[in-house]
Design a protein around this ligand. Structure first.
Ligand code: C2E
Ligand code: MG
Ligand code: MG
Length: 398
């Protein structure tokens, strides 16, 4: 959107820097600019606003009294539709944890700008901003709207469906597969996204039934699409906690076999994590699955700790670069390096590189020039139900 149509809040304790940013926003033609010297003052401003709500808050992290992280926590609790632009001098690793944290708090993060701030970067990010058309989320559905019992009841009633987000080959632009993303089709609240049920299921070690349900429906869907697209794969997300159970691989194999699908059409996505509680059990499962022909993908690559170690421990077939790097690399040198080297690692290990979260043509062009194999993101398509996906396959297959 154009800066003239937007209201800003600048949260920065350093007077000089704050004035500089305000000046830049004026140069860009910002409609309304408010200022605060720390998070607490920013919250006071937000609480006092009835009209002209803030669209974008530019927020420093290191501030006295209430720092940027605490501010984001309060903002998440208030469920306000404000996009955050982080201003920071912090190093990349720390920023990545802050991005992950902001996701967990349900904050919509527009991006991270490293100081000193360049006008061009700021302008690019502001143009990317879109005001949420309706409330981003159904206001009655927050991350803690449902109890574990509610969710498990929904699972036993099979109210959960995979939505499919296409993956396309970057050189041919043809569809090669889809990621299955769980949606709860709630009888009263409509379509509910994973933030409202996955974390609770994982924390209570109760995610397996959902995994099996999504896998079963995804395998059936994949079979339906093979007529039109014989090489299609469907990627299903696996929680790390599930890998503790050494029977997992056998369950997965039974489900896929019963659906009449060859396992080579299923890719299992695993998020790398430092807290692989039982490494041996996890590796046993993964090796067994790979042995039976399943594809294995490292999801959110770059955000974990022991990246290289895991790669060498198990034969993965795909490396999925986390969207936080893709989102930032136009203007963030460190992100660009992470993306470039991830693609390089994939090429050397002879596995596919997938970039997720591609939203702009510019991101597409850069990734393509870096030699990335497969693209997934809103630029191609948002996740959609099976009927819409089958339609999509018709128009995007060879
Ligand atoms: P993920 O596996 O990393 O999936 C990618 C997420 O990014 C999806 O969010 C997808 O809708 C979103 N996304 C894709 N392209 C773009 C884009 O261009 N821009 C933006 N802003 N977002 C994009 P979703 O569907 O909300 O899922 C969130 C997470 O929930 C997933 O992250 C995955 O970790 C988890 N999840 C989803 N379904 C399942 C499931 O069946 N089982 C398990 N264990 N986890 C699941
Ligand atoms: Mg995934
Ligand atoms: Mg991911």
């Amino acid at each position: 959107m154009k800066p003239e149509e937007l209201n800003f809040l600048v949260i920065e304790d350093d007077d000089f820097q704050r004035r500089m940013i305000v000046q830049m926003l004026r140069t860009l033609g910002a409609a309304e600019i408010r200022e605060a010297g720390n998070g607490r003052l920013a919250l006071e401003i937000l609480n006092g606003l009835e009209h002209k709500p803030v669209d974008i808050a530019l927020c420093d992290m290191d501030m006295p009294e209430m720092d940027g992280m605490e501010f984001m926590r309060h903002l998440g609790q208030k469920q306000e539709d404000i996009a955050i632009l982080i201003l920071s001098t912090l190093d990349r690793a720390l920023l990545t944890s802050i991005e992950t944290m902001s996701k967990a708090y349900g904050i919509s993060l527009l991006g991270v700008i490293e100081k000193p701030i360049a006008l061009k970067q700021l302008e690019l990010l502001i143009f990317k901003f879109e005001r949420p058309h309706k409330k981003r989320r159904d206001p009655i559905v927050s991350a803690d709207s449902f109890s574990l019992a509610d969710i498990l009841h929904g699972v036993s009633e099979k109210q959960f469906e995979p939505y499919f987000q296409p993956k396309v080959d970057m050189s041919t632009e043809k569809i090669v597969g889809a990621e299955a993303l769980a949606r709860w089709i709630h009888p009263d609240h409509g379509v509910i996204e994973p933030y409202a049920f996955i974390p609770l299921l994982e924390q209570n070690n109760s995610i397996d039934e959902l995994t099996f349900l999504i896998l079963e429906k995804s395998a059936a869907a994949c079979r339906l699409c093979l007529d039109k697209n014989p090489m299609l794969t469907v990627s299903v997300n696996l929680s790390l906690v599930s890998l503790n159970d050494t029977d997992l691989a056998r369950h997965i194999m039974t489900i896929v076999r019963n659906s009449g699908l060859n396992p080579r059409h299923i890719i299992l996505e695993i998020t790398e994590s430092a807290v692989m509680t039982d490494l041996a059990h996890a590796l046993e499962n993964l090796a067994r699955l790979r042995m039976h022909g399943f594809g294995l993908s490292i999801d959110d690559y770059g955000t974990g700790y022991s990246t290289m170690q895991q790669l060498t421990r198990i034969a993965f077939s795909e490396l999925k670069i986390d969207q936080s790097f893709v989102r930032n690399f136009d203007y963030n040198e460190a992100s660009r390096i992470v993306v470039e080297s991830s693609i390089d690692v994939a090429r050397k290990l002879r596995v596919k590189s997938v970039a997720e979260g591609i939203e702009t043509q510019q991101e597409w062009d850069t990734l393509k020039s870096m030699g990335c194999d497969i693209a997934q993101g809103y630029l191609v398509a948002r996740p959609m139900n099976l009927a819409a996906f089958m339609q999509f396959c018709e128009t995007h297959s060879a």
